[in-house]
Design a protein around this ligand. Structure first.
Ligand code: 4NP
Length: 170
């Protein structure tokens, strides 16, 4: 769904926007729909790099989403620094993503809007955001199993993100 000013805007970002963040976008869209929040919240994804702009998700990511029953269609985009202002919640999949996203803020004030995705996992939310256990690891150079693990990590955090958004919406 296209973002509009009156909707809460979530943007999930990884490095290439072909593996982790497209999966996170599909899972969050599903959870928000189940929570009845689709008309108030938009979710999109992007890459901190522009390496794969215009590409569909990696075939392994597509297979992982399809096998798990998620609807998906994708064209990779590079994160636009303006989205640090227009976005309400920008979620990096690992600490490098978070650092790269915050560095796009000219006055370094993106601390609050940029968060690491797994910090919303109820079992991990006690960890400091720089704890390596909070990373959704890059599966690109690995095997199909890595994509299944990525999906599981994303699913475990997704409901926590929905709860957070619900509180923010009031
Ligand atoms: P993603 O994975 O950041 O989860 O989309 C990657 C995709 C491509 C590359 C690295 C990570 N790459 O080096 O091209």
């Amino acid at each position: 769904m296209e973002p509009t000013a009156d909707r809460y805007r979530i943007i999930v970002a990884c490095l290439g926007n072909i593996c982790r963040s497209p999966i996170a976008e599909a899972v969050l869209a599903d959870r928000l729909a189940r929570a009845g929040l689709s008309d108030r919240v938009t979710v999109e994804s992007a890459g901190t790099s522009g390496w794969h702009v215009g590409s569909n998700a990696d075939p392994r990511a597509q297979a992982t989403m399809t096998n798990a029953g998620y609807t998906h269609h994708h064209s990779a985009r590079q994160f636009d620094p303006d989205w640090l202002t227009s976005g309400d919640l920008v979620l990096g999949m690992d600490q490098d993503n978070v650092e790269d996203l915050r560095a796009l803020s000219p006055d370094g004030d993106a601390e609050g809007v940029v968060r690491i995705f797994r910090s919303f996992d109820p079992q991990l939310m006690h960890l400091p955001e720089d704890d390596p256990a909070l990373a959704v690891p890059d599966p690109y150079y690995g095997d199909a199993e890595g994509f299944t693990e990525v999906l599981e990590m994303i699913e475990q955090a997704a409901d926590g993100i929905v709860d957070h958004v619900r509180l923010e919406l009031g």
